[in-house]
Write a protein that binds this ligand. Structure first.
Ligand code: BGC
Ligand code: NOJ
Length: 811
């Protein structure tokens, strides 16, 4: 069953009922100002940091769900309704929500009045624009009362939700014409405020939530709206809101457009006040003046549209499979942008108050983003690397506002350093900008400890070299990619964080997954050293890699698949000898991607075992059999009921690793089959089971042990976006950036008789045609570049050439 459909021409997902199984959301904003918006106009806004600069308040875990957003109430006689149905939930005569790239349009119609709400964050201003167009489609005159509503957050979202004894006293506002200023704490240490304004004269306003709602009433039937009259309330403490009242008199057929803007304004400290006690409004007025007229808003909207067209023009494919094309050309890349921007901070499953930017998360997000805006990827790499410690380890998270490592969580996740190599390598392959390696980057954000980025990579590599366990495999530390496999934790205290506690420093617990990573990304480091002419360092690196490869093939092999780990007592994890958790997905994917066991058949065996033991119709499960009870020696993974999250759900993040691994072995049918199982556009057909948005990946889908098998959770902010894009673009379609240029190495199902790709790469346009009339799964039989046959499958760079025509014949 579906709750909407894709409109490929407009690059939109059109939702046709407000009663989606869960709120289906979109993200507005690309850089500093962000908003989340659901299909019923719920959500919230923040500036840069969802924890420290929250503009509007959101009620988590609310019942009914999704409370608070940018709400517009329409009072037409005794009928009060919202174009997005919430919060009044008045039944609409017509409803659609169109989520597009950086914008959302919600349209509702009731009793002959239609309302179309277009929400977007312009490219160049820190604000959300809401254009509300009302049309009288009836034969009578309509006298309408329109009320807007946003509820302000007192900036720090954690404090806002906890420190009521203070917060109920601090709230302050200023009202100036049609502009409502939220100025809490501006009197003291803040030099920023929010403003919510409309481009027309208003009948009245409210800024006190309690006045707006009336005693014991909520946003579903606020007193102000039901009475058709604002109270001109001024908030003194308690809960400041912004609400305008506008009266419209519409003739039959008449249309009116209103522009509302919610903006974040920062003033230089010395320019905070325009008079004693009166905030300086110049910057706010300048910004608002840019969205006063419809044409201005239309222009900003067109700019946003063009921006996205330009971005998506950098990689597009035509395969003839419309689901595949729409994922590659639009939605997967779009999600890559969102995950790059927000890491795992703010979604409908991440409160925005917990994690900032994850080290491993951001490094991986970059893999799917780097081709879109390489300059931003460059900056991100430098920011991330600056949080690294001198010994090569890393802060596991950092706050986007301060860019400083987060000491609450600290370090100790032993896979982190290698992800830095992965993302720098991806950046170099994409851009050829080797100058980044010479950039001076601090350790631990300390300007006194500055070394070139290349040195950071060396320390990342050596971090693993110098931390190995009894089997010569890398020590796992607190955890590796699987945050829940906590082999040194031994927690028995309810509520204790699995991520930060470690009750045993075994120096024994080893990770076969990190071993795979080390062989793969260590190998990329060695290639880079060769490329830079440092053959001695390359040889040293390769010798280290060989040791770990051998250790993996001997001590990391269980007979039919790769082991997952050794625990703190040296007992295998992910082995046929275990009672539960006999086989894990991660090492099978990563080790084969690294090329381990490809020559000697281990890789084939491992992937067969995955197919036999882990694959389901909804994707490949993380492990089997699921753990049925808690094991202190394994940690959080066993805290989840069977089939959920890391305990044997389907992780959309590492499904592509299996698909990539199949491609490494030349299995095009299998690679594509695995790709499809979790791919949103294919999953759309059973949205009532899957339940999260059908245009983006979710982190996890309940596995076969779960009662809710097939149900997804944690949509949007997941490394699944980047990895699925890497998989489909580089492994399946096989357009792979290398240090010396593009390599074309498709691995596709036999039925796919060919495809074309347009890709912008290092400043040139590549038009690639792949012909698979032969119906093979892998293999380039012949290739021509600009009409000339070339040997192999590399497109060598030619100076000053801006266009490459590449014809590939598979066979
Ligand atoms: C989740 C993991 C996540 C970790 C982050 C755990 O509860 O299951 O998926 O990586 O929290 O701290
Ligand atoms: C989500 C976390 O953000 C990511 O860092 C981790 O690798 C996965 N969960 C698996 O535990």
């Amino acid at each position: 069953m579906q709750y909407g459909y894709f409109n490929d021409d407009l690059r939109e997902y059109v939702i046709t009922t407000p009663r989606t199984p869960l709120p289906w959301i979109n993200y507005l904003g690309n850089r500093d100002f962000f908003s989340l918006i659901s299909n019923t106009a719920g959500g919230y806004s923040f500036y840069k940091d969802a924890k420290l600069r929250r503009l509007t308040r959101y009620r988590y875990n609310a019942c009914p769900p999704d409370q608070n957003g940018r709400y517009y109430y329409i009072k037409d006689g005794s009928c009060v309704w919202n174009p997005g149905w919430q919060p009044t939930q008045t039944e609409l005569d017509r409803y659609t929500c169109r989520h597009g790239l950086g914008y959302t349009v919600i349209s509702g119609e009731k009793n002959g009045v239609s309302a179309e709400l277009t929400c977007f964050v312009p490219l160049n201003d820190p604000c959300e624009v809401n254009r509300l167009v009302l049309e009288n489609r009836s034969a009578e005159i309509k006298d309408l009362d329109i009320f807007s509503l946003v509820e302000f957050c007192l900036w720090n979202a954690v404090d806002d939700a906890t420190n009521f004894q203070r917060n109920y006293n601090t709230g302050e506002v200023e009202v100036d014409g049609s502009a409502i200023y939220h100025i809490t704490e501006y009197r003291e240490r803040r030099n920023h405020y929010a403003v919510f304004a409309v481009n027309t004269a208003i009948e009245g306003f409210d800024t006190s939530r309690d006045a707006f709602c009336g005693p014991y009433r909520g946003f579903s039937s606020p007193e102000t709206v039901c009475n058709g009259c604002s109270k001109n309330s001024i908030a003194h403490g308690w809960a400041p809101v912004g609400s305008h009242h506008i009266r419209l008199h519409l003739q039959p057929g008449e249309k009116r457009s209103l522009l509302f803007v919610l903006a974040y304004i920062e003033n230089p400290l010395e320019e905070k006040w325009e008079a004693p006690g009166v905030i300086a409004k110049i910057r706010a007025k300048e910004l608002l003046a840019r969205y006063r007229e419809d044409q201005q808003a239309e222009f900003a909207f067109a700019e946003l549209h063009n921006y996205w067209s330009g971005l998506l023009n950098r990689f597009s494919v035509c395969t003839g499979d419309e689901k595949l094309d729409r994922m590659v050309n639009v939605w997967n890349q779009y999600q890559c942008m969102v995950t790059f921007n927000l890491s795992r901070s703010a979604s409908y499953f991440e409160s925005g108050t917990g994690r900032g930017m994850g080290f491993r998360d951001s490094c991986q997000d970059l893999l799917g983003f780097v081709h879109l805006v390489p300059s931003r990827a460059r900056q991100r790499i430098l920011d991330i690397a600056a949080t690294q410690f001198e010994d090569g380890s890393a802060y596991h998270q950092y706050q986007p506002l301060t860019k400083k490592g987060n000491s609450d969580i600290g370090s100790g996740f032993n896979d982190d350093p290698l992800w830095l190599i992965a993302c720098v390598s991806a950046y170099l392959r994409e851009t050829g900008d080797f100058s980044i390696l010479q950039e001076n980057v601090p350790f631990q954000n300390d300007e006194k400890k500055v070394r070139p980025l290349l040195e950071h990579l060396r320390r990342s590599f050596d971090f693993t070299v110098s931390r190995k366990g009894p089997h010569g495999l890398p020590l796992i530390g607190r955890a590796d990619w699987n945050d829940c496999l906590n082999l040194n934790c031994f927690s028995t205290e309810p509520g204790e964080s699995f991520q930060t506690c470690s009750n045993m420093e075994s120096r024994k617990a080893e990770s076969v997954f990190i071993a795979g990573m080390f062989v793969k990304y260590g190998g990329e480091y060695a290639d880079l050293c060769d490329w830079l002419g440092d053959t001695a360092e390359a040889a040293r690196a390769r010798a280290e890699i060989e040791k770990v490869r051998t250790a993996t093939e001997t001590s990391g092999w269980d007979g039919e698949w790769f082991l997952r780990a050794y625990d703190a007592f040296g007992k295998p994890v992910g082995s046929r000898t275990c009672e539960e958790g006999q086989i894990y997905i991660e090492p099978q994917g990563m080790c084969v991607m690294a090329g381990i066991g490809v020559e000697n058949g281990l890789a084939d065996k491992a992937l067969n075992s995955v197919m036999e033991r882990l694959e389901t119709p909804y994707g490949v499960m993380l492990l089997q059999p699921a753990y049925t009870c808690y094991h202190a020696e394994l940690g959080e993974i066993t805290s989840y009921p069977p089939g959920y999250k890391e305990n044997a759900s389907i992780f959309c993040h590492n499904n592509p690793w299996i698909s990539c691994a199949e491609a490494v072995l030349g299995h095009g049918e299998r690679a594509f089959h695995i790709y499809r199982l979790t791919c949103p556009a294919y999953v759309e057909a059973f949205s009532e089971i899957h339940r999260t948005e059908p245009y983006v990946y979710s982190q996890t889908v309940a596995g076969s042990d779960a009662k809710t098998f097939g149900e997804a959770k944690n949509s949007w902010l997941t490394g699944s976006a980047a990895w699925n894009f890497v998989n489909i673009s580089q492994y399946i379609l096989g357009i792979r950036p290398g240090l010396e240029g593009l390599e074309i190495d498709p691995c596709i199902p036999r039925w796919m008789k060919g495809f074309t790709v347009h890709r912008v790469y290092r400043g040139a346009n590549y038009y690639i045609t792949v012909d698979n009339t032969a119906g093979v799964e892998k293999g380039v039989a012949a290739m021509k570049v600009n009409g000339r046959p070339v040997a192999g499958n590399r497109v060598l760079l030619e100076n000053a050439r801006s266009e490459y025509n590449v014809e590939v014949i598979m066979g």
